[in-house]
Design a protein around this ligand. Structure first.
Ligand code: ADP
Ligand code: MG
Length: 247
């Protein structure tokens, strides 16, 4: 079976800067893949290209069987994208935000109500349907953003630092939801700056200055660098690449 995400030399330049530099990567259906790396490494730019929101300068990517540059709408139909700053309406309630996105995705009929209820149940947000989004905690806001992203039942979920700044308990809740979705067969492609989250991914891709410098299961990364934890593995890998660049 072909990979559900498949990129070849995917590149995006902003002027002289190669924000994403010849990135080649394949992700299988049902996988949870984590993209990590320092600020400015090119994670968000990669995600935006994979979601058909930003054209590659060079190279290509196929997502769910469609070319992101030639068929961006076909890609968007099959994916959900939760941006770093997802657009919730603070003065609308939880339910009204969901209605807004359901309208946007053209979801109608009895199915719409069932789906909304199911998502509220899954995220344990049922008691908060009437609460204004601006009055939700950080963790609940992220859960609401996730619900809105899931309304059109995407095959692939792209999450850009979804739990950034969220308290530990809400992060655990968020992960319980992700595991539930994975059980249902969804593919998750996420960026994170939390190492415990990277540990939970099937495979991790380490980006540095636009390049994917390593891509492996967390255990392999640790073993190959002789590190006890992922932080050590990442630092050693980046250090080695920097040294090679200097030679
Ligand atoms: N629209 C843009 N115009 C110019 N430079 C950009 C733009 N978007 C991102 N960049 C630059 O590309 C690099 C990668 O950014 P980004 O993909 O946001 O990294 P990350 O998500 O890993 O922090 C950064 O140096 C950033 O400043
Ligand atoms: Mg980013």
């Amino acid at each position: 079976m072909p990979a559900i995400i498949d990129t070849r030399d995917l590149t995006r330049r902003f002027g002289a800067l190669a924000a994403v530099d010849h990135l080649t990567l394949a992700v299988e259906e049902g996988e949870i893949f984590g993209l990590v790396g320092p600020d400015g490494a090119g994670k968000t730019t990669t995600l935006r290209m994979l979601c058909g929101l930003l054209d590659p300068t060079e190279g290509s990517a196929r997502v769910a069987g469609h070319d992101v540059a030639r068929e961006p709408q076909a890609v968007k139909d099959q994916i959900g994208y939760m941006a770093q700053r997802f657009g919730l309406y603070g003065d609308l309630t939880v339910q009204e935000n969901m209605d807004f996105y359901a309208d946007l995705f053209g979801i109608t009929g009895t199915f719409r109500g069932e789906l909304t209820e199911q998502l509220l149940r899954m995220t344990r947000m049922e008691p908060f349907g009437d609460r204004q989004a601006s009055r939700l905690s950080g963790g609940m806001k992220q859960k609401l953003a996730l619900m809105c992203t899931l309304l059109h039942r995407p095959r692939i979920l792209f999450l850009d630092e979804p739990t950034n700044g969220v308290d530990p308990v809400s992060r655990r809740d968020f992960w319980a939801i992700l595991y539930q979705l994975l059980k249902e067969g969804i593919t998750v492609f996420m960026t994170t700056s939390y190492l415990d989250e990277a540990e939970r991914c099937n495979r991790v891709g380490l980006m540095h200055k636009g390049k994917l410098i390593r891509c492996a299961p967390p255990e392999t990364m640790k073993a190959d660098t002789g590190s006890l934890n992922l932080e050590g593995a990442f630092l050693k890998t980046i250090f080695t690449v920097e040294q090679e660049a200097r030679l």
